[in-house]
Design a protein around this ligand. Sequence first.
Ligand code: PLP
Length: 311
Amino acid sequence: MSALLLNIAPGDEVIIPSFTFSSTATAFTLRGAVPVFADIRPDTMNIDETKIEHLITPKTKAIVVVHYAGVGCEMSFISSIASAHNIPILEDNAHGLYGTYRGQLLGTIGSLATQSFHETKNLSCGEGGAIVINDISYLSRAEILREKGTNRSRFFRGEVDKYTWVDNGSSYLPSEITAALLLAQLEEASSIQMKRRNLWQGLFDSIGPWADRRGIQMPHVPSYCEQAFHMFYLVMPSEKALVDLKRHLASRGVLAVTHYVPLHSSPYGVAVGRGECPISDDISARLLRLPFFTDMSREEFEVVVAAVTSG
Ligand SMILES: *Cc1c(COP(=O)(O)O)cnc(C)c1O
């Protein structure tokens, strides 16, 4: 829907961080856009704000940011570049719901933002998502796009006496069943976030001293960001150290996994996009995610901490 609202057409360019999930890019490549990959910062794994401006061309139609692990990107800097060039910002806020950047909720800063309620996210309805419209000029068309190109929303409000096909679109609405699941999650959001905060802080405090001794990088949250507690990761000093820790954890029954294969070096990214992102490649080889989920029990938490700190 974001790509449709932004009128993305073949040959347009969209700036996207390389260290993200394919969905961030496919929204645009589906419309024929060229993903121009920006590298990330080695501290937050977020798009490197200093590497955006030189990627802008007359064809650039959007700057997409991903708040990795729910920690805000450098939005003041990015917003000033975007407004200087009159290019809209889209926040892929799949990780960032309830996080803030300088007091502002993530997902409310760009012209548009997208949420995911996939089973791996903080709040889930199995499969589902939402679009957040911050620039109100996109609102009336968004209502039509999500309703198969009809003005049914106006009909529901009693503004027209029948609804009809008025624009392009598809079926982007959740089913009632999916929406009911999501509503129950939204009602529990503060307790879900509280549990995740406690777990995250517990992991950080318990693993920190061990990580320091081994030169392992812990997650970095700038003082002006309140994170969304989406994941817990370690950046190992080398790829070998990652493989060794992963194997050690597996031997103790703890599943730890790497994360994104950078899009710029993925088969489809190479075919349709462009951009060199050495930091994304390097981080991808060294970043390991630890088990982290809302209903993790005290026992599970202890098992993970004991396994990690004996590695
Ligand atoms: C999970 C995720 C998505 C995709 O969400 P879907 O609900 O599967 O479309 C997009 N971007 C990021 C960064 C994600 O983590």
